[in-house]
Every structure is written in structure tokens, then in C-alpha cells.
Write a protein of this length. Structure first.
Length: 381
């Protein structure tokens, strides 16, 4: 179920920022420090496929993990970038309705849970993190449109990374700040409210809250004229898909009328039609690792589906035969081992376990080709 994108494992306190940020369908939302992707996928769920979601991670290795999670959850309106926040703000100032900065921090709130958090901490950690947090927030503020909402969070108790950062934001942007309307909290969670100026601030202490240590602060940029950004493309990423090929792909998705298909090399990707302009402008201006849903390649007028398509919530169940398999066969499939061909129809089939599609196989006579990606196989399952 995890490999099929049914759920995501996330620490309880870390789930609070997204409800506080309250992203809405149809908005432009940026998760600026997004890896490994828990909050990003949480945002995507609230946006319900409508609007545009940019998830960025500056660390290349962690950005690949983020890409994998976006793919696994079948998000069709997201773009995964591996950029410095300054590059994003330079290219798209005043672009986003909501920006989440779940900043790299000293991790003091995770000491109870994670030995490595204690081992990595040093007396200099908070000061180093605080300087980095200021740099990231300065760019986040530039990328936020007038009237937009900023949420800043950390998993530390350190005042230099929490309250002091909020006070710095007020000193820097005080005239542009106003309170957010996100005031409701659940008292049963034991969250401590301690507002500073225009910022609503929330402390999660392990001895009183129902999760690990955490801090979140939220405020809004005062409204005004919205700057429309039309940057020049640095490179050409997308090509138009032939109408016949687009029709071949459309047969595989339930919501084809809401989708636009684009060619990236030989691969066809699907995007929510309402955001394809935003996707194109960013993809052709930034370092993009993944976007939309990879649909597959066309061979002799037919789609050879990519694994990503099997994870997409909009996969049409009657596009190919969907065959329910045993737990043993599901495990073998994820190991990329051989499974019995007789249970499948000739040609491409969707493999289902517990009513959830986990990938594709192709039966050719008495042989069954496992189409699960080699790089994803789980050898110790």
C-alpha cells in the first residue's frame, strides 16, 4: 500500500503546518524546503489536483527522494525543482499565494525520537541554522504575492531559530505584515499559543503535546497590486504531442478533459490543463527533476505506460485488465521477480493488491514481463 501511494508516514506534530497554512484548490503554493515530501503530499491532498504546487529542495540527493514521493502519490499538478531559493525568487517574485518554509534546523525537537538528531547537534548548530533560515525566508518573502500567506516552521525549541527569527521577520517586513485568519487550534493537543506581533506562533512541547517538539508561525503579506511575472525561458523543455498520440494517452485516464499532455524527449507527461502554463514557465526557467505524471511512450500508435501512470489516482480502471493478485505475488512483483503469467490476459495488465493498483505487467504467451522499475525494486520485502 505504501509503494502504491495509499499513505505517507509522518510524525504527528509535523502534520500541523499544512492545516495552518490552509492551501486551497486553484492556488499557487510553494513548499520551499520540501524533502522528503510529507508536507508537500499533504498540501497536494488539500489542493485536490487543482492549482499549482512547486516543491523545491536544494540538496540534490534529498530532491530525488522528494521526486520519488511525488511520483508515488500520483500528484498531477506539482513541479519538483532542485534550486537555490534565491533563483526561485529572482525568476518568480510575487508569484505564490502561499509559501511554506519548513526550514533546516538544529533538530532539538527530535532529540526524544532520534538518536542521530542528538549526535548531529553541537553548540554552534543553532547559530548556523539561524543564519541559513534568515536567508531562506528573505527569498520566500520575495516569492510571496501581496495578500499571500507565509508559514515558517522548525522542529527545534531553540529561541534563536524560533522566536528570534519571527522578531527578525517583523523588523525586516513589519510594514508589510498582517495577521493571518488561521486562529483555530485543538486544545486537546496541548499546543502552546504565544503570538509575536502579526505572527500567530504555536509551540509543540513533547511533555504536553501529542507529538514531538515543533514550532510554527504564520502571517500574511499585506495586499496590493499583484506583479505578473513573464520570465524568458532559458531552455525548451516541452514539445506538443500529436493529436493521435494524445488520444491514445487519453484513453488511460478518467479525467482526460482536465488534462494536457506534453512531450519531454520521447516520454509523454500529463498535467492539469489549468496549470500547464505555470508548469511550462517554471520548467523552462528552473532545474526540474519531475513534473506532472509520466504517462509513457507511444509505440505503433499505442501507449507503453510508465510506472507513474499506475500510481495516478485518475488511472482509468477499464483501460487495461486489472488483475487482483495474492500477497505473495504482490511481494514478488515489488521485488521485480517472476510471477505466474496464467492469471493475466495477453498484453498489458494492471497488477492490483487489496483493490489498489501497484504497477503493470505484460503477458506474452506463457511469459510475464514485470514492468516494475528496476531502480525501485525492494529486495528485502
Amino acid at each position: 500500500y505504501h509503494e502504491a501511494g495509499v499513505y505517507y508516514l509522518q510524525e504527528a506534530s509535523a502534520m500541523a503546518p499544512v492545516p495552518l497554512l490552509d492551501p486551497q484548490p486553484g492556488e499557487r503554493v510553494c513548499d520551499l524546503c520540501a524533502a522528503p515530501g510529507g508536507k508537500t503530499t499533504q498540501i497536494a491532498g488539500r489542493m485536490m489536483g487543482e492549482g499549482f504546487l512547486l516543491c523545491n529542495e536544494i540538496n540534490p540527493k534529498r530532491a530525488k527522494i522528494l521526486s520519488r514521493n511525488i511520483e508515488r502519490m500520483g500528484v498531477a499538478n506539482a513541479l519538483v525543482t532542485n534550486e537555490h531559493p534565491q533563483n526561485l525568487a529572482n525568476r518568480f517574485p510575487g508569484f505564490f499565494d502561499r509559501v511554506l518554509v519548513d526550514a533546516p534546523c538544529s533538530g532539538e525537537g527530535m532529540f526524544r525520537k532520534m538518536m542521530e538528531a542528538r549526535e548531529e547537534w553541537s553548540p554552534s548548530s543553532p547559530a548556523v541554522c539561524s543564519a541559513r533560515q534568515r536567508e531562506i525566508l528573505a527569498e520566500a518573502w520575495r516569492a510571496l504575492r501581496p495578500g499571500g500567506t507565509l508559514l515558517y516552521s522548525t522542529c527545534t525549541f531553540n529561541p534563536s531559530e524560533d522566536e528570534d527569527i519571527v522578531r527578525w521577520l517583523i523588523e525586516e517586513y513589519g510594514e508589510e505584515l498582517e495577521p493571518s485568519d488561521r486562529v483555530a487550534t485543538d486544545d486537546s493537543w496541548g499546543i502552546v499559543r504565544a503570538d509575536i506581533g502579526a505572527f500567530q506562533c504555536f509551540h509543540f512541547y513533547p511533555h504536553s503535546a501529542r507529538g514531538e517538539g515543533f514550532f510554527a508561525a504564520i502571517a500574511r503579506k499585506k495586499g496590493g497590486a499583484v506583479r505578473r511575472v513573464v520570465p524568458k525561458a532559458r531552455k525548451r523543455v516541452f514539445a506538443q504531442v500529436k493529436s493521435a498520440d494524445a488520444e491514445a494517452v487519453a484513453r488511460w485516464v478518467d479525467d482526460a478533459e482536465k488534462m494536457t499532455f506534453r512531450l519531454v524527449g520521447e516520454d509523454i507527461y500529463g498535467y492539469r490543463a489549468a496549470v500547464v502554463e505555470d508548469v511550462t514557465r517554471l520548467a523552462e526557467s528552473l532545474t526540474v527533476l519531475y513534473s506532472g505524471v509520466e504517462m509513457g511512450q507511444i509505440f505503433k500508435g499505442k501507449l507503453k505506460p510508465a510506472h507513474s501512470l499506475s500510481l495516478y489516482v485518475g488511472l482509468k480502471r477499464d483501460a487495461v485488465p486489472v488483475k487482483e493478485v495474492s500477497l505473495e505475488d504482490a511481494r514478488d512483483f515489488l521485488r521485480r521477480a517472476d510471477i505466474a503469467a496464467q492469471q493475466f490476459d495477453e498484453g498489458i495488465n494492471a497488477v492490483s493488491y487489496g483493490g489498489v493498483v501497484i504497477g503493470f505487467v505484460k503477458r506474452i504467451g506463457n511469459r510475464c514481463n514485470n514492468m516494475y522499475p528496476k531502480e525501485l525494486r525492494i529486495q528485502n520485502l
